[in-house]
Design a protein around this ligand. Sequence first.
Ligand SMILES: Cc1cc2nc3c(=O)[nH]c(=O)nc-3n(C[C@H](O)[C@H](O)[C@H](O)COP(=O)(O)OP(=O)(O)OC[C@H]3O[C@@H](n4cnc5c(N)ncnc54)[C@H](O)[C@@H]3O)c2cc1C
Length: 626
Amino acid sequence: MKKNPIESPSVIERRDLIKGVAMSPVAAQFAASALINPAAAAKAVTEVSAPYPPARSGLRGQHEGSFEAAHMARDGRFDGKVSARESGEHYDLVIVGSGISGLCAAYFYRKALGDDSKILILDNHDDFGGHAKRNEFYYNGKTYLSYGGTMSVESPFPYSYAATALLEDLGIKPESYERYDLTGTVYNGLSNSVFFDSEHFLQDRIVAGYGEKPWAEFFGEAPLTNAVRADLTRLHTDKKDYLPGMSPTEKAAFLKRISLKSFLIEYAGMLEESLPFFAGMGFRNNKRVDTCPAFEALRLPVFDGMAVAEPPRAQSVHFHFPDGNASIARLLVNQLVPGVFDKHHDQESIVSAKANYGALDQAQNHLRIRLNSMAVRVEHLGDFDDIGEKAVRTVYVQDGETVSVTSANVVLACFNNIIPFIVPDLPQDQREALGKASKVPMQYTNVLIRNRRAWDKLGIQRIQAPNGYHTWATLDFPMKIGEYRSSISPDDPVVVHMVRNPNSPGLPRREQHRLGRIEMLTTPFEEIELKIRDQLQRMLGAGGFDQERDILAITVNRWPHGYAYTPDTLSDPDLPYSMQPHVIGRRIFGRIAIANADAGAAAYTNVSIDQANRAIQEILISRGLT
Ligand SMILES: Cc1cc2nc3c(=O)[nH]c(=O)nc-3n(C[C@H](O)[C@H](O)[C@H](O)COP(=O)(O)OP(=O)(O)OC[C@H]3O[C@@H](n4cnc5c(N)ncnc54)[C@H](O)[C@@H]3O)c2cc1C
């Protein structure tokens, strides 16, 4: 097995998934406790080093080869003067990061200053789009798409004028989603379910009808002690006011300052033994029962009788592509870089369009995207007041070599934590503010399975696994868009999408994120694979699922730096807007502006777009170019 898929992109490797790790102590220890037989599992295949980046499987997201230089920068290996080969390349704008925000920064810059602007986008990954990541599987001549990160156009905020106009310009019509969505027909009759595991409940059992059946019936089927069953049923049906004597506004203020866990135990009188039922639930920014302010969990039935003052919900838009928002990144690239796609694409045709990665970084193009290139130093080449066109030097690492380019401006559309390490000249208060961001570690796993018969037999479409390695598993969105067709028949292969958020209950939120990141970067694919096989077998075995026979391929998208951090009322001080870390952190610094979702402190595509727009406006204003 090649360790780094980038090393030999031309080799399509069909490898045994488990072979070669059976002797590793970690894997052996885990396998001993798992239901599966690693030797038997070795028949399944996965393509780890396919030439086309979206088709690579195994460990994706922050893949091997994409982060090591950043960690060297963090550890001081590029401190002081960084020597680099001078490429001689000069640009109007260098953008660090080819996620939605970086691509949008290029888009807005060109809108303002014309398509002739010379722009270079650097990204450390072997694919563009950042979190908006496309996963492709091929099986028996058919392509199966899924999303390795950003799932949908959606947000709790309404899209701004700039973000709406950008979607329109790309030809995306969120209101047309119904036309493509086959969920109602394909998964008709399949329900939400919960997997109760024997470690936390009386035995392994999947119970269908979560949120759909009467609660007494649902908990009646669950493997619970009588006390826990009565407790959970009461919490879901009582409609009781647990804070009598408080006004709706006082209740809201109180619930913002108490965790959901403390509220359930101390005010709703929940038994400690019932807590595992709530353990896997993810709330905004993937906060958990111990880190989520109770106020952010008002959707739970336990609050039904509480009459808490709530702000009106903002209306947003929703649109899902089979590869998630990777299609937005692809539509942007289609518009920005000639030759990557064969023609001008719209929201339908982009889904099946093949990208020519060789055309991303062509000298004859005004806009170039350079992948596998980690920026490790961005510095001004003179005093701010007396600076020429070659104002900023950017050093990046590609294939182990440090290379420099110059530009009139730079936009950092990467993420906040890394910025102080690559721009050491930033003022101290800004460095500290940027350092307060703490992205949420997240893992989106896609598993291609032979068919969905087990799901149909169990009558389920989605599984919450409160204490599972992955806490969520769902059959992928069935869609018919352009030439792309998801599977319709229960006998055909389908992608199962699974979500994991490593956390360490009881610790402060940022510390949980830090430990989660370490766990993600130190867990080998083989160990994750065993856990996936074990979990799917336990959850679906009653429906006839056989992991050895039914798993065809696995792609694990690990995002140690996942969702942008949103401050909350439990973990963070209540600061005026201008003093919030993300506002201080995103200040323009000479010729260097800052975009990306962290700069808006919210993990949403529209925020990435808006922050790109703001960063470009700041450049234009600071240089008198408006
Ligand atoms: C698993 C997951 C699911 C999500 N689902 C949704 C969703 O459904 N809807 C939604 O609106 N939002 C979702 N989001 C939020 C998502 O982060 C934003 O919508 C958006 O895609 C972020 O774009 P960005 O460009 O700001 O950051 P990113 O996508 O993180 O892009 C930044 C890029 O810069 C690169 N980079 C960093 N440092 C350097 C460097 N020094 N040199 C070179 N390159 C560098 C990064 O590796 C990355 O490729 C999700 C996020 C995750 C992690």
